[in-house]
Design a protein around this ligand. Structure first.
Ligand SMILES: Nc1ncnc2c1ncn2[C@@H]1O[C@H](COP(=O)(O)OP(=O)(O)OP(=O)(O)O)[C@@H](O)[C@H]1O
Length: 820
């Protein structure tokens, strides 16, 4: 019977089949054969449009090309110019279009806008081409409102101090600031260009946690940054995954902390409504005095989220937040905090005597004098139901949540056992960070010594080394509160610190009670140093020196910037070597100073405000073009937090980040592979538009037709000012339309008017149907690519057991080319 004949069903059985001859043979070039030619064709659109102007002119000799008539690709939405002579939209944002040029009038340096990287409370961040440096940079274009302008200057000054004074060698994972200038009445801050933020990283990993090796690496790097902040006495106040960006230009890739727009100095903690809710520390929530320890709480929340893929405390309201903290941590804030905090009565009832509190502990029987309100009690007290969010974790307590988190598929027993050990270390690490008592919470130095970070085997609960006694180095610096530098006041860099510490502080790794022997209080730009740091994170600075008499004149808007003047009888005796080095270093500078105006920094006129900048006589052509395209914005979660500006515009972001909601299935945490989160990506690619005739802002050569309908800036600034523009924002709850002065009064209102996080709220492309689609891309995870890019594959095997890490080719689908 013939093989493969119909009688055997047409099947060919391999055993009996033999090839009858070779189908393929080597290619032999024959003598007269035509040579092979590969034609690479340009894309159709290129071929059709090449020399199109000439083509039109051939068709119609009267045709004339005018660049001005090119349609603009707007990046800002809305793109209708109604303020600032038509340059700004209703939100006081400069209307950006691709190829618009922002010019630093002082240096004539030009930044050509190419794309929108994000937008937040303070304005927009654009990816710009810096022709002079032949590279891309990120330019934050602050809203044209005095309050934003002032607060943005705080960001400039704090970052400048950190970069130039504390981290000259760029080793502490803090974003670099290049320069700042005013263009079209907008303060523009030029930063190094970074990549996606950690929230985006988690999102493209389908809200599954990252591998432990990456969590460990990021933790180490963030701690370096926090260590620097602590030494500088600066509190970030808004640490969250969105404000930690990947920096893939260096290999292996790193992370950097951004957004110092809410930062303040430790001795000037004037704002009580700070931190994004999920990352808000108990002391801030309760209205208690705060220190750099609040950043350590946020850091703990971030580490947990990196591992779990979901926020640890996704409170839909402050009540819900506290409720989750208490349940997951199995504890509550210490009585000494509850006794002093402003908002205690909102969340707790007193059930015992508060007179027995000694050294922060309750002396009678160890039972707390306070009990958290139940939902019913809260409702009765506040006359409103507290918003309660969905539960995402199957387990109640931190340890169970972490240890029961699903392991990556296909792990060998050996790997599972290794990872389970690291998970125990992680639990212990987290416990020291999300510690209710700010006095016991670990400092960056202490946390950086934990086995989870060092990679040492974890055997028993970690006992942190003692933190360096805090010496008020900051008191050594006298701040010259320049009359024109109102922002220093806001930043806490003013000598006027009358509102200082009305609470008694307990010794802690973050704050140690040191008697202030100085008659006059000076604003702090210095640090409460740590002599341990030299052995800890390498190059953090600190001083255990005594009260020297070094005075700092810190005026970022002045020509000399920050000046440290050694007074007669100055003592740097006892300072750490690093600190001494710093003094020497700066003594050779511009008036011993660190100045934003030194080097690349350009001085602003003293005491200037946006309104003092005269716009060019003519203004840009503003058309009501297509709605702008929004770049990969930072989906600030519930970030209606304090800051000097009350983070009001965060309301426009609120609920953009709703994906905690995933399916609302409480099992989701248990079986991530069965979850179907739909990550959405906004095309962040630069426009392919030609770069001809870019609209130039800030240059004198701007000659564009006036827009007769544009309202004069005077008119716009009259009336309700900021509040007017806030209230004009779509979807903004009225409770959020408050100016800085009333930020505190409206403390918890946002939560009452905003819904429980749900993906559809903030993700325009989200749909429940998508959520329900079969994922099937378990292997397609960013961690593999990222690990590879970061050379983690060769990492210590004890930490290299990432969940979901597979070297599958499917992972190439992940759209993060920059990691490759
Ligand atoms: N240096 C940078 N490189 C790349 N992207 C950046 C950079 N700085 C900011 N971004 C992007 O812009 C977004 C907004 O920046 P930033 O957080 O500084 O603004 P903000 O107005 O202070 O925001 P928020 O409302 O969160 O406080 C960031 O989430 C990030 O996506």
């Amino acid at each position: 019977m013939d093989e493969g004949s119909p009688s055997n069903g047409g099947q060919v059985f391999g055993a009996s089949w033999r090839p009858k001859g070779f189908s393929f043979g080597p290619y032999l070039v024959q003598k007269d054969a035509p040579s092979l030619r590969v034609v690479v064709r340009k894309p159709l659109v290129v071929r059709l449009t090449k020399d199109i102007v000439e083509t039109y002119q051939i068709c119609n000799p009267l045709f004339k090309y005018s660049e001005e008539l090119n349609p603009k690709r707007y990046l800002t939405s809305p793109s209708v110019g109604v303020l600032n002579d038509g340059y700004d939209n209703v939100n006081s944002d400069l209307i950006l279009a691709v190829n618009l040029v922002l010019v630093n009038a002082e240096t004539q340096r030009r930044y050509i806008v190419k794309d929108l990287l994000g937008h937040g409370t303070f304005g927009q961040v654009a990816k710009c081409w810096d022709a002079e440096m032949n590279s891309f940079v990120a330019v934050k274009i602050i809203k044209n409102q005095p309050a934003y302008y002032q607060q943005a200057l705080v960001e400039v000054s704090i970052l400048t101090t950190l970069n130039k004074k504390y981290d000259r060698e760029d080793k502490h994972h803090i974003v670099r600031i290049y320069e700042y200038f005013v263009c079209q009445r907008h303060l523009c801050i030029c930063f190094e260009l970074l990549d996606s933020n950690l929230y985006e990283l988690i999102k493209i990993n389908h809200f599954r946690g990252l591998s432990l090796s990456i969590v460990q690496l990021f933790s180490k790097q963030i701690l370096r940054g926090l260590s620097l902040l602590k030494d500088a006495g600066i509190i970030h106040c808004d640490l969250k995954p969105e404000n930690i960006l990947l920096c893939t230009s260096v290999k292996p890739a790193e992370i950097k902390i951004i957004d110092f727009g809410s930062a303040c100095t430790e001795d000037r903690t004037v704002y009580s409504y700070i931190q994004s809710r999920y990352y808000r520390s108990p002391e801030v929530l309760l209205g208690y005095q705060y220190t750099t320890a609040i950043d350590m709480w946020s850091f703990g929340c971030i580490v947990a989220e990196l591992f779990l893929g979901l926020p640890l405390f996704p409170g839909a309201s402050e009540f819900d937040l506290l409720r989750r903290m208490i349940r997951i941590l199995g504890a509550q804030p210490p009585d000494y905090v509850l006794k002093e905090a402003k908002n205690t009565s909102k969340f707790f009832k007193c059930i015992g005597s508060v007179h027995n509190i000694e050294n922060g502990e309750v002396s009678i029987g160890g039972r707390s004098a306070y009990q958290a309100l139940t939902e019913i009690e809260y409702e009765a007290r506040e006359l409103k139901k507290p918003l309660i969010g969905k539960e995402y974790f199957h387990h109640k307590h931190l340890e169970e949540i972490v240890t029961n988190y699903p392991y990556r598929k296909n792990l060998s027993m050996e790997d599972i056992s290794k990872e389970s050990q690291i998970r125990l270390a992680l639990v212990d690490f987290l416990k020291g960070l999300v510690e209710f008592d700010p006095a016991k919470r670990w400092s960056p130095f202490q946390a950086s010594r934990h086995p989870f970070v060092t990679g040492e085997p974890f055997t028993c609960p970690y006992q942190p080394p003692p933190e360096t006694p805090r010496v008020p180095v900051a008191q050594n610096f006298k701040v010259d509160h320049h009359p024109g530098a109102g922002h220093w006041f806001a930043a806490g860099l003013s000598p006027n610190i009358s509102g200082r510490s009305k609470f008694s502080m307990h010794n802690s790794p973050h704050f140690q009670v040191v008697p202030y022997g100085y008659g006059n209080s000076y604003g702090s730009v210095g640090s409460y140093g740590s002599y341990n740091d030299g052995t800890g994170l390498g190059s953090s600075y600190g001083s255990y020196g005594d009260g020297g008499n070094t005075f700092a004149y810190f005026s970022p808007v002045g020509p000399s910037g920050m000046n440290l003047h050694a007074q007669s009888g100055v003592s740097v005796r006892g300072s750490s070597p690093d600190a001494r080095k710093m003094f020497i270093q700066y003594s050779q500078g511009n008036g011993l100073g660190v100045s934003p105006s030194a080097g690349m920094f350009v001085p602003l006129p003293l005491g200037t405000s946006p309104s003092q900048f005269t716009p060019p006589s003519s203004y840009g052509q503003v058309s009501s073009g297509s709605p702008g395209h929004y770049g990969p914005t930072s989906p600030a979660r519930s970030s209606c937090h304090g800051s000097p500006l009350g983070k009001m515009t965060a309301a426009t972001h609120y609920n953009r980040r709703k994906n905690w909601g995933y399916s609302g299935n409480p099992q989701s945490q248990e079986s991530p592979s069965s979850q179907h989160w739909q990550g959405q990506f906004i095309d962040g690619a630069s426009s392919g538009q030609a770069e001809w005739n870019p609209q130039v802002l800030g240059s004198a050569s701007l000659h564009l037709p006036s827009n007769p309908s544009a309202t004069s800036s005077k008119q716009q600034r009259g009336g309700s000012g900021i509040a007017a523009s806030y209230s004009a924002m779509p979807n903004m709850p009225s409770s959020l339309t408050r100016g800085p002065a009333i930020a505190e009064a409206a403390h918890d209102k946002p939560e009452t008017s905003l819904s429980v996080p749900d993906p559809g709220d903030w993700d325009p492309n989200y749909s429940d149907e998508q959520l329900l689609q079969e994922d099937g891309s378990d292997e397609s995870n960013i961690t593999t690519e990222f690990s590879k890019a970061m050379h983690l594959s060769s990492a210590d095997s004890s930490v290299g057991v990432g969940r979901f890490n597979r070297t599958s080719s499917a992972s190439s689908n992940i759209p993060i080319q920059s990691f490759a």
